[in-house]
Write a protein that binds this ligand. Structure first.
Ligand code: ADP
Ligand code: MG
Length: 687
């Protein structure tokens, strides 16, 4: 790329970042902007006007014709409404209009975005407000301004605002505790996030032949291909030319937007891949992930492929997740989850670690809820993804350290690394200590936590918001205790010991897929919220409302309305899937089975046998279909949200599974000439 790179192909060339700002706004404005971003204060009007003017000139020079406030409503994707720069001047000419007013505030009609009853119909307006902490960028000749999105009454209607608030809450508490343990330098902390994005790529022409893929993003039936992932030959395998081209084009587009793919490789399932960007601050990482998904879809389309972000597009092979790597560092770049070289560094590490462990134990339902939605239900708790039970993996060495802290003993490992409790704490973890436990929902990987529960299609905003707020809450409680103590070092040691011993139960290094773990977790009193319907009520438990309201993330009303949106979303997806399945059965499968039976006149024994089997399965499918139709009818008559939720998860989902079970058997019998839908072999093994 570098040889022929011109100005517009440069890294970040479509990003109004600091180096672009340097050219287009005054030095004074740049300094004020930096300071406002650092201290999270509102920009003075004059400075905002200068930035707007510079941004406009930059965007026009880059060929932009329109601008938009780019925001992240509750449906989890992004929204934009383009406005032209060009305005007739009332004479014969035109002028390019974009000033402070257009930069800082927009008024998109909010009435068609999910709000969970927050926005009354008579006040449909919402407003978007510029987020100066995330760079504006150009996409398809449109200047995109990252914004937050609220109802006119002030309630938050997006995913970015809570994320920003949670970063602030964590910042306040982290700095507070750092002061208490003798750090007088750190002025702010940064939440670092690197999301690993998994996805499938399939040929567009096959995608178009399946209504389930088009409407639901996943297959609702499909017999296993003769080959699945048993040979494990796809994982890290040589990347095929079509896919290489896809990855290259993605990289070039992302590069210009300042997003850099750190790793990309084939994943475990056939036709499955992963891309992980370099980690960055949480807000930027979230924006970048949204953009990345959008660009991936577009590039795939250009290459006659379709990029599937659904968590479980195909049964029988791995689904896709989005591992959220998360850590916290100081403004000087010191990672607070890094075991350090000195006793003081280690105390800090252990304090943050203990607070995290305690937080995950106390608020495990919240983390579970962050990942609870229809698509993830077919993934979590399956055989390849993390189980639905939250636990923390720390690796055997760190677990040994934790246990000796709890017992007040000296930790001795195989090497000469040691740790003593009661005096100075010295701790050196071997580098290869973070052995990979792929079955853990929350894994410590050396200097960060990897939250593996989020699904591939989901915005990372909620998972990161919840991780942040849990950490903020625990640091707050710890700081409250330390503030009152006379002997700070002693109090810190005691606090670490107490937090770890009281929350030891959340640590689990074993195999999360094992049935024995489900039983063991139950003995430990850990919750197993198996699906969205079981999880969502927990999202608005009093405990969870308390932590989120007290840390200034949501009001109670916002939480309740958001939960309503999520219930609606879950039911909406489930019922769309059910209707799609019914239509595919009625319009495609019954006819195919009949045609097949006609072609099997029963002259020979094998024909009779096959026809009999297909006929019997056809009858079974008719029963299963009628049962599913009845369930959809019940849903349509259901009144309250709770009733709808229970019809969906308790009746529709199992009845869809019953239909599928029959269809998959039929697919294996009915002649390919009659089967109307591309099979798993075609979908996953064509490229
Ligand atoms: P894995 O070995 O888990 O597959 P990858 O290299 O695929 O790891 O992805 C790891 C992700 O974690 C990348 O996005 C990377 O930038 C990110 N990451 C690395 N260090 C940190 C950190 N300290 N904090 C947050 N994210 C990090
Ligand atoms: Mg990875």
């Amino acid at each position: 790329m570098s040889e022929r790179m011109n100005e517009n192909e440069r890294f970040g060339s479509l990003l109004f970042n600091e180096s672009a700002m340097k050219k287009y706004i005054s030095g004074e404005s740049l300094d004020v902007w930096r300071e406002c971003v650092r201290t999270r204060t509102v920009l003075p009007e004059k400075i905002a006007a200068d930035i707007a003017d510079g941004m406009k000139r930059w965007a026009l020079e880059k060929g932009a014709t329109h601008y938009t406030h780019w925001f992240q409503p509750l449906h989890g994707e992004t929204a934009e409404k383009h406005e032209g720069f060009l305005i007739p001047d009332g004479k014969d000419g035109y002028r390019m209009e974009f000033s402070r007013k257009e930069l800082v505030r927009g008024e998109p009609d909010a009435s068609s975005f999910p709000s969970g009853g927050l926005r009354s119909t008579f006040e449909a307006r919402g407003y978007s407000a510029w987020d100066p902490t995330s760079y504006a960028f150009i996409k398809d000749k449109v200047l995109c301004i990252p914004t937050v999105f609220c109802a006119y009454s002030g309630e938050v209607l997006d995913k970015k605002t809570p994320l920003l608030r949670s970063c602030d809450a964590l910042n306040t508490q982290a700095v507070r505790i750092l002061r208490l343990i003798g750090d007088d330098k750190t002025e702010s902390i940064r939440v670092n996030v690197g999301p690993e994005q998994e996805y499938f790529l399939i040929p567009k022409k096959l995608f178009q032949k399946r209504m389930d893929l088009r409407l639901c993003g996943r297959t609702l039936f499909g017999a296993d291909a003769p080959k699945k992932q048993e040979l494990e030959d796809h994982y890290y395998g040589a990347i095929k030319p079509e896919i290489t081209q896809f990855m290259q084009e993605i990289n070039e587009e992302l590069w210009k937007l300042g997003i850099c793919a750190k790793t990309e490789h084939n994943e475990v399932a056939p036709a499955q891949y992963e891309m992980a960007p370099f980690f960055t601050d949480a807000n930027t990482a979230n924006d970048q992930n949204q953009l990345t998904m959008e660009i991936m879809k577009r590039v795939a389309d250009r290459l006659d492929l379709v990029c599937l972000f659904h968590e479980k597009p195909f049964a029988g092979v791995n689904g896709s997740g989005k591992h959220v790597n998360w850590s916290v560092s100081t403004d000087r770049g010191e990672n607070l989850f890094s075991p350090g070289e000195t006793p003081a560094d280690n105390t800090r590490f252990l304090l943050f670690l203990a607070a995290f462990v305690k937080g995950v134990d106390e608020y495990s339902e919240l983390l579970r809820c962050a990942c609870a939605y229809a698509g993830n239900d077919s993934r979590l708790g399956g055989q390849e993804a993390p189980p639905a039970i939250i636990s923390v993996f720390v690796g055997t060495e760190l677990e040994g350290v934790i246990d000796s802290i709890i017992r007040g003993e000296t930790y001795v490992n195989q090497g000469d690394h040691y740790l003593t409790v009661g005096k100075d704490i010295l701790l050196q973890l071997s580098k290869d200590n973070t052995d990979r436990n792929r079955t853990s929902p929350v894994a410590f990987t050396g200097n960060k936590f990897e939250f593996r529960m989020p699904g591939s299609s989901q915005s990372i905003a909620a998972p990161v918001t919840y991780l942040n707020v849990i950490m903020a809450q625990e640091l707050k409680e710890a700081a409250d205790i330390l503030e009152k103590s006379e002997d700070k070092p002693g109090a810190v040691r005691e606090l670490i010991r107490k937090m770890l011993s009281e929350h030891r139960r959340i640590l689990f290094n074993g195999n999360g897929y094992d049935q024995a773990w489900i039983e063991e977790a139950e003995r430990r009193g850990l919750k197993n919220l198996r699906n969205t319907a079981e999880a969502l009520p927990e999202n608005v438990s009093e405990k969870n409302i308390r932590i989120l309201t007290e840390n200034g993330i949501y009001t109670r009303k916002e939480m309740e309305s958001r939960n309503e949106v999520r219930i609606e979303n879950y039911c909406g997806i489930t019922v769309i899937e059910a209707r799609t399945l019914l239509e595919m059965i009625r319009q495609g499968i019954f006819g195919a089975v009949s045609d097949y039976l006609t072609a099997m006149p029963g002259r020979f024994h094998f024909e009779k046998q096959l026809a009999e089997k297909a006929g019997a399965l056809g009858n079974d499918l008719m029963h299963a279909t009628e049962a599913l139709e009845e369930a959809v009818g019940r849903f349509e008559k259901a009144g309250s949200a709770e009733e709808k939720l229970s019809v969906c998860s308790g009746i529709i989902v199992p009845r869809m599974a019953a239909c599928r079970q029959v269809i998959d058997q039929l697919e294996k019998i009915v002649d390919q000439r009659f089967w109307p839908y591309p099979t798993y072999t075609e979908l996953m093994f064509t490229i």
